[in-house]
Design a protein around this ligand. Structure first.
Ligand SMILES: *[C@@H]1O[C@H](CO)[C@@H](O)[C@H](O)[C@H]1NC(C)=O
Ligand SMILES: *[C@@H]1O[C@H](CO)[C@@H](O)[C@H](O)[C@H]1NC(C)=O
Ligand SMILES: *[C@@H]1O[C@H](CO)[C@@H](O)[C@H](O)[C@H]1NC(C)=O
Length: 196
């Protein structure tokens, strides 16, 4: 009895060491962690950051993987309060950047990926409004292999342009994306008004 209780708590600990790289509320779930650096800060999945630390696009990379292709990065806030619908949450697209490739540069063991693209949606930093009680926003990063001839599907152009209400599962299906290769996420507290 005691032994099996110990054993199962050891299993729980082992499980948490393989922590998911996406928040529980986000689909698709991803286990492989994208290396994300805001300045010199390495992001472990779910790390809470000050708003002021997140206003410039992060550096991204991967560890123990070779990425010889072209990749697409999305960053999605999944905790946006829906106007006039208390308790309901929607999404805001904070970045959709294409044409990432391995740069050959290595930082802290991460092979860094870079792009010159500023679209389809340029990066804009988190600025979650104050809420009572405070509700930290989760910002999810997903890295996909970018299909040849990638384009934002017509059904999602409005969401990409307005940034509101992107449905990533449907976007993936409509754009012909396969499952994300790597993911990560940060949190920023609502009402954080720190300045750099
Ligand atoms: C992530 O890891 C968990 C636990 O090992 C596993 O059950 C799940 O299928 C994995 N998910 C993916 C998408 O690989
Ligand atoms: C380097 O990467 C490891 C994970 O691979 C991380 O735990 C560590 O904090 C990183 N250090 C720096 C200085 O970025
Ligand atoms: C990378 O591979 C090395 C050697 O197999 C291993 O020790 C390390 O934990 C791996 N790092 C990650 C982030 O998977």
């Amino acid at each position: 009895m005691h032994i099996s209780a110990l054993f199962s708590s050891a299993l729980v600990l082992a499980g948490s060491a393989l922590a998911q790289s996406t928040p529980p509320a986000f689909l698709p779930a991803v286990n492989s962690t994208l290396d994300v650096y805001y300045g010199t800060t390495y992001v472990t999945p779910g790390l809470m950051l000050r708003k002021s630390a997140t206003q410039r696009a992060p550096t991204i990379g991967v560890t123990n993987a070779t990425l010889p292709g072209t990749y697409l990065l999305a960053m999605i806030d999944i905790d946006v309060q829906q106007q006039g619908q208390p308790g309901k949450r929607t999404t805001v697209l904070h970045a959709l950047l294409q044409d990432y490739k391995s740069s050959g540069q290595v930082q802290n063991g991460s092979t860094i990926l870079t792009t010159r693209a500023t679209g389809p949606s340029s990066y804009f930093g988190p600025a979650p409004p104050a809420e009572t009680p405070p509700h930290p926003h989760n910002y999810v990063f997903v890295l996909h292999e970018q299909p040849a001839n990638f384009a934002v599907p017509a059904a999602h152009r409005q969401a990409v342009q307005s940034r509101f209400g992107i449905d990533w599962v449907r976007f993936m299906a409509d754009a012909g994306l396969s499952a994300p290769l790597f993911a990560n996420y940060i949190q920023v507290q609502s009402g954080d008004n720190t300045v750099r």
